[in-house]
Design a protein around this ligand. Structure first.
Ligand code: TRP
Length: 367
């Protein structure tokens, strides 16, 4: 059987060929240390354009760390965003470009990680379609993400959003999927799809697991979750002056009206940011805020200074990248090619397992 422990997964085309390739690889490295295969990570982000510090702290820094240990596929999921913005698609190109630029500025390394655009790897659409046969409409309708938005979005495409996400993940046989807690059900569904497929057609997919990481809570200027759509965010592209200005507009503890009033740092979005960007915030910011000694204006100025220092290298890199847009598009093209290679191998195996590889089967018989 080709599905022994060593060849579990669909990294290489299966069957005899798979075993031969495996043996060849083993033979090639018999005298040297066998390089361990790195586990695979896939994550996706909708192309919302230039990133903000919430994205940076919430996801991207984690990705940058993970790419050291994993084979990383970072997918800009434009098809997913079409579920909501199918009418006005003109901005997509620029949103994708800006997002890719910020991935690189934040430290994503194109040597290690494949960064690519989902719609450029057609296998996502193909696996989505095949997966859609294996799940019922009521199951999809029960998912909280659908329930939340169904009054505004009730297209067939939007209902299938999590199926497409499952396809994204399974296409690469990802071991781990770093996401926020809000995506828990979607990763569960991806695992479920992998199990269903495996049960019906034979072991094909790895069962992916979510990788939840502690992410710091980041709130925006209005004390809601930081989000571009609320315009309460601090984009990486802000200048130092713009950053300072936005921080000045930030919500603070409403009970602390003027310097001298005691504040409650644990309820203040500025303090949440100090925790990330100010060394010793617990000792140096919280106590004088509580006693009233530190006023909100000073407190924001200190944060602005520290935040700008922390963002300086990212911003510098960003400027450099913006001066060479072709480079950024080349990174996406190279990522696309790497993604296609892996996705293509998976789909070959999928078609074979489902016995819809008509031509390939015919060829084999001829031999
Ligand atoms: N639904 C995810 C989000 O909104 C984005 C996404 C699409 C994704 N495909 C994915 C995340 C695959 C992880 C893996 O954040």
């Amino acid at each position: 059987m080709s599905d022994n422990k060593k060849t579990a997964g669909v990294d290489v085309p299966g069957g005899d060929k798979q075993e031969i390739q495996q043996k060849a690889e083993e033979a090639a490295v018999c005298d040297t240390e066998k390089p361990a295969r790195k586990p695979v990570i896939l994550s996706g982000m909708q192309p919302t354009g230039a990133l903000h510090i919430g994205n940076l702290e919430g996801a991207l820094k984690n990705w940058v760390r993970l790419q050291e240990e994993y084979e990383f596929y970072a997918c800009i999921v434009d098809l997913h965003s079409l579920t909501a913005i199918y009418e006005d698609t003109k901005p997509l190109k620029s949103l994708i470009f800006q997002m890719a630029t910020d991935f690189l500025a934040a430290g994503m390394d194109p040597e290690r990680s494949a960064m690519f655009v989902q719609s450029e790897v057609k296998e996502h659409a193909e696996l989505h379609l095949l997966f859609s046969m294996l799940i019922t409409v009521p199951t999809l309708m029960r998912l909280p993400t659908y329930q939340e938005k169904k009054d505004k979005l009730d297209s067939y495409g939007f209902l299938g959003y999590p199926v497409l996400q499952a396809a994204d993940i399974c296409l690469y046989n990802a071991d781990r999927v770093p996401v926020g807690k809000d995506q828990e059900k979607h990763i569960w569904l991806a695992k479920d799809m992998a199990q269903r497929f495996n049960a019906l057609y034979g072991k094909t997919f790895k069962e992916p697991e979510a990788l939840f990481t502690e992410i710091p809570l980041i709130k925006g200027s209005d004390n809601r979750k930081m989000s571009k759509s609320y315009d309460n965010h601090i984009p990486l592209e802000f200048t130092e002056k713009q950053t300072e200005k936005r921080l000045k507009q930030f919500y603070t503890d409403p009970k602390k009206v003027r310097k001298g009033d005691p504040g409650r740092p644990e309820q203040c979005p500025i303090f949440l940011l100090h925790r990330i960007y100010t060394a010793n915030a617990e000792e140096e910011i919280a106590p004088p805020c509580k006693t009233g000694e530190l006023g909100c204006v000073d407190c924001k100025m200190r944060l602005s200074k520290n935040l700008n220092v922390a963002l300086a290298p990212v911003r510098e890199k960003r400027e450099e990248l913006l001066a060479k847009p072709d480079y950024v598009w080349d990174v996406l093209a190279e990522g696309r090619d790497r993604a296609r290679a892996r996705a293509g191998r998976t789909m070959e195996k999928v078609r074979r397992k489902m016995k819809i590889d008509y031509r390939a089967t015919k060829k084999k018989k001829k031999k």
